[in-house]
Design a protein around this ligand. Sequence first.
Ligand code: MLT
Length: 367
Amino acid sequence: MRQIGNDIKKTINKVTVSYNDEGPDGVPAIIFIHGFPFNKSMWNSQMETLKKDYRVIAYDVRGHGNSESGNVDFSIELFGQDLILLMDTLKIEKAMLCGLSMGGYIALNAITNYPERFTALVLSDTNCAADTPVSKDKRMKAIESIRKNGVEKYADESLNKLFAPESFTTNSKEVDKAREMITATSKQSLYNTLYALAKRKETCSKLPEINVPVLILVGNEDVITPPKAAHSMHEIIKGSFLHVIHHAGHLSNMENPLEFNDQLKTFVTIVKQKSKKFPEKTQLGSNGQNQKIITSSEEVEKDLNAKILKITMTINDQYPELSKYLEEMPNTIPDEKNSEITLKNLSTYYESLNSILNKYKSDHPKN
Ligand code: MLT
């Protein structure tokens, strides 16, 4: 039986993990993974925005917030396993994932190791590269500094890099909230996680394998995982979307929640509609498990789906005045038994959207 609410506790992988679980039953699930050294409350605004239509889950990574640390060394692999075991415990077979910074490292680890468990990915203010020797050295210096000068000083130094300069005046409540989250994290967890971050493996070489819709978000003033890192992931992940959040540094979801939530909502809505309209075809395999049917037209279908997603994002992002056409567009009913009809419907749908957009662009040229 599902428990709904906040700060629910479950024991997985020998630690008690705290999570929030809200939203209706029977709708797509979105799991939020926080950055370092924060906790699930950094996602409050996103949970609030999406909980009407989605099952939204935010959890405390072990050693953070109200989750226990356990007795083993931390690693991004271990955090990835925890996530999968949490999904198993909550009986979530598949979910959309949204991770910020360290949350993005965990999401990338999980999706590359367990691709069948995820339907979409939002990578926010994160990076696929491993630490350079210089960044590893900085982490070791941070450990020394916490030992010598305490967590308060570490928090103050970190905040200057985490937030865009303007956020200290326009968004001081969020800065205070971030300070609280940092100082509430135990010293031992800070050390363990800093070691885990320093020794994490790169995932850039695995990005071409990602086969689900991906949205990449980054604060325009993020100095920790800068827009350059987001652009390079965008170049590698086929059909991914990139949006730069204005007036934001590394904690873009807290610094500019309006713009962040707008992007997030548009993306997950399209993913949800797409999966409803164009269900994945499965058949019972010889092992008795459902297997994805591989048809010769699958590549074409995937390509059309990616194009539809892209054009819908473009309309929502740059030409919102056209979004009524997305609503008014006749519903194409894919025929699961006949791939040719599915392809024809998809193609007609895409062509109509494309011609509306192209006509609008030529009638309303932007300078
Ligand atoms: C985070 O926000 O999770 C950290 O900045 C990640 C990192 O230090 O690499």
